[in-house]
Every structure is written in C-alpha cells, then in structure tokens.
Design a protein. Structure first.
Lengths: 113, 260
C-alpha cells in the first residue's frame, strides 16, 4: 500500500501565520543558566502566581455573573483583585518580564495567556 | 553502541525492504513476542541534530505505516544495548499491545479551521457596549470600577467562546460520522477556531475527504486545511499503569526512560 499524503487548503499563508503565532507564544524551554538564574526562577514562580490569580479572577466573574455576590462583596473582591494585579505588575517590572513571557501551556485547557 | 528507535510495529518479522534510517544507517526490526520495534544501530550518538534528521525520522515512520500498524517512538529515543530495548518492550508490552489493537487499520487526519475571529470579537465588543452600558455593577469606587472593567471583558470572552462552540459543533457533526476517535482544540488563537485530529478507519478515508471537500466549498468566511493520513500520533494512550498486572522487575540501567 502506498500512502497518498494530502495537504489541502485554499489559504496556506493564513495557516502558516496562525501556526507561527501559536508556536511563538510559548518558550520551548526554561532558559536557566548561571547568568540569569534569578530571572528564570522569577519567571517560573510568577507564571504560577499568574495562573492562580487568573483562576481567582475567573471564579469571581462567574459568581458575579450568577448574581451570588452582594455589592459589598463585589467591592471587596474588586479591591483584592486590583491589588493583586498591581503587585504582579510591580514584580514583573523588577525582573524585567513582559506579560507574554508568563505563559503556560495547560494542555487541553489551552494556554494561560 | 547507540540504538535509535523509530516505531513499535505489529509484526515480529524481518523488514523485507531496505530502509535507511538516521545517518543513512539501515533500520531493522527487533522482535518481541507478536510485535517488534524498528531501530537503527549507531557506533556513537548523533551530535548535531538538524531539521533533516527530523524529516528523515518522519519519513521512516510513514514508510513503516505503509505496511504495519505503527506506534511512533518519541524522536531521538535511544538505548545503549538491545537488551535494554527488550526490557522496555517486556515492561510495556500490554500497553503497546492495547494500542496496536485499537489503532489497527486506522489513520489520523488533521483539520484546521480559521474564522474571522478578530471581526467577530469586535462585533461582540460593539454590541456589548450597548448591553453593559447599564450594568448592575456600580462603579462608584476603585474596586467596583476594576470589577466592572474585568466583568465586561469576561462577558465578551464568554460570548466569543460560545459562538466558537456553536460553529465547531456544526463542523464536527459532519466529520464525526466517519471517525473512530477525535481530539478537538478550540481557539488556539482568536483566529484559529479549530485544530482537530480525527482517527479514521482506512476504508473510510475517501468518505472523510469527500465531506471535507463539501464543507470547504460551502459559502462562508471559514478557511479549511486538511492534512493526512498521518501515523496516529495523537491517539496513542499510554500509561505505566497499563502494565501493572503483568510487571516483572527490571533492574538494569536504561537509556530510553522517555520512550513513547
């Protein structure tokens, strides 16, 4: 039996661009060497904190959407989330990290960012 | 000696054709019970891995797929001795056997679909401005303003995903009639609506491709890409627990801990 490989599309360039975009979004490996070990470690830790922060934020939005939070609770949640986000911005600035660097492939759930 | 592995196959017979592997070295089948593992033996480890090595590996797996059911090994999985290869086969025999039986006479096809994600999102944003203008969340404090902004984004993303789900359900409905298994990934980017892998019986390939052609020709803004048939890279299910009932102690040092 001979395999007749098919690749069919009317828009090859569009697919190439989208696939490159996805591949470029994630680092292939953690760049840890003696010169930048501190930044590498910070990147790893901040990525995990960012994951937890995003989960908290999403859960809060779900609860607001479901109408299960009072006005006072919304106020409290808002302040907490705002402080968390500000602190993350501050930490990213200290270690010279950009938002897109704190990405994580969550398998079937997709990417963190 | 370094033994590079290519694929587990459902045959313990000698490979009749001459197939050159990495660095032009011929591949051969190491039999184990009713299956085998296709390998090439090298005097030393390959130092500089290039794109050509990757393409060669893929070419060999596809060549094997012409004659056998294959479980591709992870690229550059290597062992120090044939004894180590056999120990690995012994330890994971049940898992390999289960996969070979499940994947026999099946191939993988990939479908990718691009939609006008940015345009759709902008439309949702525009309509949300009207919808959320009188949102229940008052923004009379920094905390509430922050939540209001986040909530608007949450609702836009949610609506965007719901629209994607509706679209994917329709596309998948047409393909699902011919498939054994599927793996769907939604919105890997705003524009890449669907990235799907379908496992199909070889005799249904023609029907599957015909459906693709019909969907592709349908009017609309969607752009489609079909590729295949591929070895079933996305459908090998392998857990160490699969062999827990028939495990024998293995004490030797192994170089190929990351096989499959």
């Amino acid at each position: 039996m001979t395999i007749n490989r098919i690749v069919e599309t009317d828009s090859p360039q569009d697919f190439i661009e989208e696939i490159e975009k996805i591949q470029g979004a994630l680092p292939k490996r953690i760049d840890a060497n003696p010169k930048n070990v501190e930044k590498g470690l910070a990147k790893l830790v901040l990525t995990l904190i960012e994951l937890i922060r995003k989960l908290l934020e999403k859960q809060a939005m779900r609860r607001i959407d479901a109408g299960s939070l009072s006005e006072e609770e919304i106020e409290g949640v808002g302040e907490t989330l705002m402080k968390l986000e500000n602190k993350m911005q501050e930490l990213k600035g200290i270690f010279g990290l950009k938002d897109e660097e704190l990405n994580l492939n969550l398998g079937p759930l997709g990417d963190l960012m | 000696m370094k033994i590079y592995t290519y694929a587990i196959i459902d045959s313990n017979s000698k490979i009749s054709d001459t197939i050159n592997g990495l660095e032009g070295i011929g591949v051969y089948n190491i039999p184990y019970r009713d299956m085998g593992i296709v390998v090439s033996s090298h005097s030393e480890q390959i130092q500089n891995i290039t794109k050509d090595h990757i393409l060669k590996y893929e070419e060999i797996v596809e060549r094997l797929m012409e004659d056998f059911t294959v479980l591709p090994m992870r690229f550059l999985t290597l062992f120090n001795r044939e004894e180590d290869v056999l120990l690995m086969m012994q330890e994971h025999y049940n898992g390999f056997k289960g996969n070979l039986d499940r994947l026999r006479n099946k191939v993988e096809f990939g479908i990718k679909v691009i939609w006008q994600g940015e345009t759709i999102k902008n439309r949702i944003i525009e309509s949300s401005k009207k919808c959320y203008a009188n949102l229940v969340i008052p923004d009379n404090s920094p905390g509430k303003s922050f939540v209001k902004e986040k909530f608007e984004k949450y609702k836009i993303d949610k609506e965007f995903e719901e629209e994607a789900d509706r679209c994917i359900t329709i596309i998948d409905y047409f393909f699902s009639r011919f498939i054994a298994e599927k793996k769907l990934e939604k919105l890997k980017s705003d524009n890449l609506l669907l990235s799907a892998s379908y496992l199909i019986e070889k005799e249904k390939q023609k029907d599957f491709i015909e459906v693709f052609e019909k969907i592709r020709a349908a009017p609309g803004d969607l752009k489609f890409l079909l590729s295949g048939p591929w070895p079933p890279y996305n459908f090998i299910v392998f857990t160490k627990n699969a062999n827990m009932f028939n495990r024998k102690p293995v004490s030797q040092d192994r170089a190929g801990e990351n096989a499959i």
